[in-house]
Unconditional design. Structure first.
Length: 136
């Protein structure tokens, strides 16, 4: 059923562009399109609402979200995953390296090294203002 709806959508899309490209005004076709949309869209919306109401009546209200396993050792293509998720949680940018059968997640902006303090030159005390003025 889904494939037929998608195919019908593409047929309508191509047909519509053919109509635009031909440059022929077709008020009657436009009227049918508007009336069809005014009937079809509410009908589809109503059927979707009724479908969801039926699910609610059969299963009752949701009490929680579905439980999902948090074990992410392989992606959907079967590549092994290597990542430190706790360290990446605070990363500003994450770099993803794909090496064939292995996918590695890395912090793209690693923490900078601790700043080094250069050896300070011996400080020479500045003369006090009142001592400086008295020298004149």
């Amino acid at each position: 059923m889904h494939a037929l709806v998608v195919l019908a959508g593409w047929v309508l899309f191509v047909w519509g562009w053919e109509r635009v490209a031909s440059g022929q005004p077709a008020v009657g076709e436009l009227l049918w399109l508007i009336v069809g949309a005014l009937v079809l869209v509410p009908a589809l919306t109503l059927s979707w609402v009724l479908h969801n109401v039926g699910i609610y009546r059969r299963k009752g209200p949701r009490r929680s979200s579905a439980l999902v396993a948090l074990d992410y050792t392989h992606d959907f293509n079967g590549r092994r995953i290597d990542a430190d998720w706790t360290a990446l949680a605070s990363a500003r940018r994450v770099l993803i390296r794909n090496d064939g059968g292995h996918k590695r997640f890395e912090n793209a902006d690693p923490a900078p090294a601790a700043p080094t303090v250069p050896a300070a030159a011996p400080a020479t005390p500045l003369p006090r203002r009142d001592q400086h003025e008295g020298a004149h």
